[in-house]
Design a protein. Structure first.
Length: 127
């Protein structure tokens, strides 16, 4: 330790009954445990509010977008391709027409955005 034994003995000799009474008492084990558990609960609540809840909201919006897909919607994929839906082949796949007769099959969950709806929303707000 950094404190020498002589210094420690000198300091302990200076502590009288009056100065010992002025020192705060150490918290009990139960109160220390409750404070620690309270802090952990606050951290869990903040984690839920700041991270989990917004992610669940984003996933719900994406799920609603996937349920609302129609033939003719202009979409963009996660890979950056932009085209129109020409056919809804199954619950997991769609056929996207990229133009000039090029059609690709894409998984529904890779569609990142429906582009037609945003243009319609902007037109409605200008009126």
């Amino acid at each position: 330790m950094l404190i020498s034994m002589a210094y420690a003995q000198e300091v302990s000799a200076e502590i009288t009954a009056e100065t010992a009474a002025a020192l705060p008492e150490a918290p009990s084990a139960t109160s220390a445990f409750m404070w620690n558990m309270g802090l952990i609960l606050v951290l869990v609540a903040m984690f839920y509010i700041l991270l989990i809840k917004p992610q669940q909201k984003r996933l719900q919006q994406h799920r609603e977008m996937m349920d609302g897909l129609k033939v003719g919607n202009k979409v963009s994929t996660a890979g950056g391709l932009v085209g129109k839906i020409s056919k809804l082949t199954s619950d997991t796949e769609v056929e996207v027409d990229l133009g000039n007769g090029t059609k690709v099959t894409a998984l529904r969950h890779t569609l990142s955005d429906i582009l037609d709806e945003k243009k319609d929303d902007k037109k409605d707000t200008k009126k």
